[in-house]
Design a protein around this ligand. Structure first.
Ligand SMILES: Cc1cc2nc3c(=O)[nH]c(=O)nc-3n(C[C@H](O)[C@H](O)[C@H](O)COP(=O)(O)OP(=O)(O)OC[C@H]3O[C@@H](n4cnc5c(N)ncnc54)[C@H](O)[C@@H]3O)c2cc1C
Length: 383
């Protein structure tokens, strides 16, 4: 068994590091953690696109790089470790592209994929609603077929990046009379269409990245139906595997951890055996999470989407990150209360403390993920 990276994979790591040395915005006390959702920089995304780092696994005929998922995981690992501002292209690259490749029409692939690859398009995910989160099949947003269009009415909530998005990947009910999992479809909705209103939601950090989105008689041309009408539920399932299986579920706070460790070494706190033990423990746990995510990437390269493993990786990684943030808070003490004025490490820690509760909610709560591991992974009964 060979557990090392191949020479080609090692080369990719060198190449993305060299790219980041050149392309990263200058260091500042601004946000570097959670950069795949909070670091919005269309310029950086276009540079990523021009360098071939978006759509890495996709076929060349759509602008992709035909690389493996392991190579893509190497690139995303380096981006997250550097705290790169990748939010403008992350969702398109991670799940919209793969979804269109699996279910989209030829016209949709031709029109959208190459623009994602160039880092030009921002997407939001219109899934959750006020009465439908974990229980997504309870969604009420309706899309009624009318001639050559679907007329969409309803409300989405917690929609990350909707205020910047060019398109919304919308999940809506297209057959209200069918059993609830069977009457759902996916539509790609141009966010500039009349009838769409985006209202910002400011989170505990004082920042705004997610939103409420209202649809009032929005006419979406029929050609933007993704895959089969009323078959959306089964398409979403594979999209969620991509959403949950990435390095971002383990390394959103990698820059903070690095900063914290450097601080503890520099201030001599690592002479405290309890601090040493905690650091060693985190390094061990991070190594386990990393192996799990590379194993999933390897499986994806073989065409296998391991639903129970992706659920396990997300819940393991996000709970670990929350423990890391708590540890940073304990180490900094009162300083961790200062969102400004206490120096970069204090600012990052204070922000992380306010931001971290969302880690185990977004993309599926830990309780739901445990249910998936129990039922799909361990074969345990539902009741
Ligand atoms: C930072 C952030 C970004 C987000 N971005 C997006 C986005 O871009 N697009 C989008 O569509 N949504 C987004 N969401 C919404 C997210 O997907 C939902 O919040 C999540 O799925 C949970 O749904 P809910 O909030 O309605 O909670 P509920 O589903 O009401 O759950 C409440 C509690 O009950 C528990 N629970 C529910 N059902 C069960 C069960 N069967 N068994 C055990 N426990 C259960 C849950 O685990 C949770 O603890 C985002 C959320 C956050 C925090």
């Amino acid at each position: 068994m060979q557990l090392a990276f191949s020479p080609a994979e090692a080369r990719i790591r060198d190449e993305i590091r060299a790219f980041l040395t050149d392309a990263m915005p200058p260091p500042s006390s601004a946000i570097s953690e959670d950069g795949w959702i909070s670091g919005f920089s269309p310029e950086f995304s276009r540079r990523m696109g021009a360098a071939g780092w978006i759509g890495m696994t996709w076929p060349r005929e759509y602008g992709g790089g035909e690389r493996s998922y392991v190579e893509r995981a190497i690139v995303t690992e380096e981006l997250l470790r550097a705290g790169a501002p990748t939010a403008a292209h992350w969702t398109g690259d991670r799940q919209i592209g793969p979804s269109l490749l699996a279910h989209g029409s030829e016209e949709q692939k031709r029109e959208i994929l190459s623009r994602i690859v160039r880092g030009e398009l921002v997407f939001c995910l219109g899934m959750s609603e006020p009465g439908a989160g974990s229980d997504l099949a309870a969604l009420q947003t309706r899309a009624v077929e009318d001639g050559d269009a679907f007329v969409v009415d309803g409300q989405k909530v917690w929609t990350s990046l909707a205020s910047h998005a060019h398109y919304c990947y919308l999940v809506a009910r297209t057959d209200p009379d069918a059993p609830r999992h069977r009457g759902i479809s996916e539509l790609l909705v141009d966010m500039s269409l009349p009838g769409i209103t985006v209202r910002p939601l400011v989170d505990m950090t004082g920042e705004h990245h997610f939103n409420e989105v209202f649809f009032e008689s929005v006419r979406v041309p029929r050609r933007w139906l993704i895959g089969e009408k009323n078959h959306g539920w089964f398409q979403i399932a594979s999209q969620l595997d991509y959403e949950r299986a990435g390095m971002e579920r383990l390394l959103s706070y990698a820059p903070l951890f690095r900063e914290l460790e450097a601080h503890l070494r520099a201030t001599g706190r690592t002479r405290d055996p309890l601090v040493r033990q905690m650091l060693a423990r985190f390094h061990g746990e991070l190594a386990v999470g990393r192996l799990l995510l590379y194993r999933i990437a390897w499986n994806l390269s073989q065409g296998i989407t391991p639903t129970a493993e992706t659920a396990l990786a997300k819940l393991y990684g996000t709970e670990l990150e929350q423990r890391l943030v708590r540890f940073a808070g304990e180490m900094l003490g009162d300083l961790a209360l200062l969102t400004s004025g206490g120096g970069p490490l204090a600012t990052h820690t204070a922000r992380a403390i306010l931001n971290a509760p969302g880690l185990t909610i977004r993309g599926g709560t830990v309780e739901i993920l445990r249910n998936i591991v129990a039922q799909r992974g361990l074969g345990l009964p539902r009741d």
